[in-house]
Design a protein around this ligand. Structure first.
Ligand SMILES: [Zn+2]
Ligand SMILES: [Zn+2]
Length: 450
C-alpha cells in the first residue's frame, strides 16, 4: 500500500475515543431514540473494520498500513484512503437496514463512503465492505477459511447498493459456551438481526442491532396446575373449572385454559402483562405462545362456540395487545412491545381461523410465527410433490397469508426437527425455501395456486 495509511471517519458522539464509545453499550438508552446509542454502534462498526482490515493484511502478502480514526470535522493529514461511515436521512435504500458503499475521490485522497439511514445499516455496510475485500465469517469460532493474497481496498467505480430482502434474519442454536458474545457477533457480521442468545447480553445484542425476544410457551408457566396460589393451595385444586375440558372432565393438563371462563382468561392475561412489564426493559418482542403439549384446546361447549383453536387464540392475542398498549399509555413501559403469536402443531394451532380476525386486530405490532416441525426436508415446503408431509403445511400457510396481512416469521427446524438429523446442511432445500418465502411475501404470489 502506497501513501500514509488509512483513516476511518466516524462520529464518536459524547465519548472521548472511538474505542471507548464502541464498548459503552451499558451507558446509553436502546429503546428510545438516543444519539449516543447510534455512536456506540457506529464506533463498534469502525473498530470492527479496523480489526478485520488488520487481519486481512496480516494474512496477505502486503504490509499492514497504519489505520486511524478521525471525527467527520477533523481532516488532519492526507491519507492514502479515507473510509467514511456516514448516517444520512434520505439515503435511497429500500429499508432502514440497507446501505450504499461507493468508491470516490476527494482531491488526491481516495475515499470509500458507507452510507445508511440507521446505525444498523452502517454496521451492515461495514461488514458488506469487508466481504467485498474477501472477509468471511464461517463460524463464531473461526472467522475465515481462506485468506485473500492481496487486499484491494479501493476499486474505481465500486458501488454497492443493497437492502436485505427479509426484514428479520435470524439464527437459533444451543448456546453451550459461556460466551454468548461470540455467536451474537457472528450473527451481526453475517448481517442478521434476530434471535440467538441475545437476552443473555441484552445491551451487547442491541449494540449489534439485534432484536431482543422474550417469552415462549408461557401458558405452561402461568397455567401450571401445581402452581401455588397465595402460597397455599395448588391452582388446579382451587380452580379446576379454569382448566381445559376433555373426555368428560377438567384435565389437570399444563397450560390448557378454558378461556370462555372470564376469570381464567383474566388470570392468564394479568399474569402475562405483569411478566412482560417486568421484562420490558430488555425486550423488543414477546412470544405469547400456548403450551407445547400436543393437545387441542378446551372442548367445553362455551369454548367450541367461539370457533376453532386459532379463532380463540387470536382473541387472546388481541386482548393482550390492548392491555399491553394500555400499560404503555400509562407510562409503565417506555416502548411498545411486539407480540408474536405462533402457528405450531405442538401448541394445537395450525389450521387457519374460521372467523374474521377480532375487530381492530393490530396487524403491525402483532406478528405471526410459523414453525412446521414435522415437515420433510427432501422437498421444499412449497413443493406440491410432497403430499405426505409438506402439502398440508403449505396449504394452511396460504390460507393464513390470505387473512393475516401483517408481518410473518418463517421458523425452520433445519437439523433439529422431530427427526433429530445429523449435522447435514440442507443448503439446496434452504435455498429453495428462502426463495419461496420471499415470493410469498407478496400477496399476488399467494393468490395464485402454484
Ligand atoms: Zn372451555
Ligand atoms: Zn417430502
Amino acid at each position: 500500500m502506497r501513501g500514509k495509511g488509512v483513516e476511518i471517519v466516524v462520529s464518536k458522539g459524547r465519548f472521548d475515543t472511538v474505542e471507548l464509545a464502541a464498548c459503552s453499550e451499558k451507558s446509553v438508552k436502546w429503546f428510545v431514540p438516543d444519539t449516543d446509542a447510534d455512536a456506540v454502534t457506529q464506533c463498534y462498526g469502525a473498530l470492527e473494520l479496523k480489526t478485520m482490515l488488520k487481519e486481512l493484511f496480516r494474512h496477505s502478502t502486503q504490509k499492514t498500513p497504519s489505520i486511524s480514526f478521525i471525527e467527520p470535522s477533523e481532516e488532519t493529514r492526507v491519507p492514502e484512503l479515507r473510509i467514511i461511515l456516514q448516517r444520512q436521512k434520505n439515503v435511497k435504500v429500500k429499508n432502514d437496514e440497507g446501505y450504499s458503499i461507493r468508491a470516490g475521490k476527494e482531491g488526491k485522497i481516495r475515499t470509500i463512503t458507507i452510507t445508511a439511514g440507521t446505525r444498523k445499516g452502517i454496521l451492515n455496510g461495514v461488514y458488506r465492505y469487508l466481504e467485498e475485500l474477501g472477509m468471511r465469517w464461517t463460524s463464531p469460532e473461526q472467522p475465515q477459511a481462506v485468506w485473500p493474497e492481496r487486499v484491494i481496498l479501493w476499486k474505481k467505480g465500486m458501488h454497492i447498493h443493497e437492502s436485505p430482502c427479509f426484514e428479520l434474519r435470524g439464527y437459533y442454536g444451543e448456546n453451550t459456551c459461556n460466551t454468548p458474545e461470540k455467536p451474537l457477533a457472528w450473527m451481526a457480521r453475517n448481517r442478521m438481526n434476530f434471535g440467538g442468545p441475545g437476552l443473555e447480553r441484552p445491551e451487547f445484542a442491541k449494540k449489534l442491532g439485534l432484536l431482543l425476544v422474550g417469552g415462549g410457551h408461557v401458558f405452561e408457566k402461568i397455567f401450571d396446575p401445581d402452581r401455588k396460589i397465595k402460597g397455599e393451595k395448588k391452582l388446579y385444586d382451587t380452580r379446576p373449572e379454569w382448566f381445559a375440558f376433555r373426555n368428560g372432565k377438567r384435565e389437570r393438563a399444563r397450560g390448557h385454559v378454558c378461556i370462555s371462563n372470564p376469570d381464567a382468561m383474566n388470570f392468564l392475561l394479568d399474569n402475562a402483562v405483569s411478566i412482560i412489564v417486568s421484562e420490558a426493559k430488555n425486550i423488543d418482542a414477546y412470544r405469547f405462545w400456548p403450551p407445547d403439549v400436543w393437545h387441542s384446546w378446551c372442548e367445553c361447549k362455551d369454548c367450541t362456540r367461539n370457533g376453532n383453536d386459532a379463532d380463540r387464540y387470536l382473541c387472546l392475542v388481541h386482548e393482550l395487545r390492548k392491555r399491553l398498549d394500555a400499560e404503555y399509555e400509562k407510562g409503565k413501559i417506555d416502548h411498545r412491545i411486539i407480540l408474536f403469536f405462533i402457528i405450531y402443531e405442538g401448541s394445537g394451532i395450525y389450521p387457519p381461523p374460521t372467523r374474521p380476525f377480532p375487530r381492530g386486530f393490530d396487524m403491525e405490532m402483532n406478528q405471526m410465527e410459523v414453525w412446521p416441525i414435522n415437515r420433510c426436508y427432501v422437498h421444499r415446503q412449497a413443493d406440491p410433490q410432497c403430499r405426505e408431509f409438506n402439502k398440508h403445511y403449505w396449504d394452511d400457510m396460504k390460507c393464513w397469508l390470505k387473512v393475516f396481512k401483517g408481518k410473518k416469521i418463517m421458523g425452520e427446524y433445519y437439523n433439529v426437527s422431530q427427526y433429530r438429523d445429523t449435522a447435514t446442511v440442507f443448503s439446496r432445500v434452504m435455498f429453495d425455501d428462502v426463495r419461496d418465502y420471499a415470493e410469498a411475501q407478496w400477496e399476488k404470489a399467494m393468490g395464485e395456486e402454484k
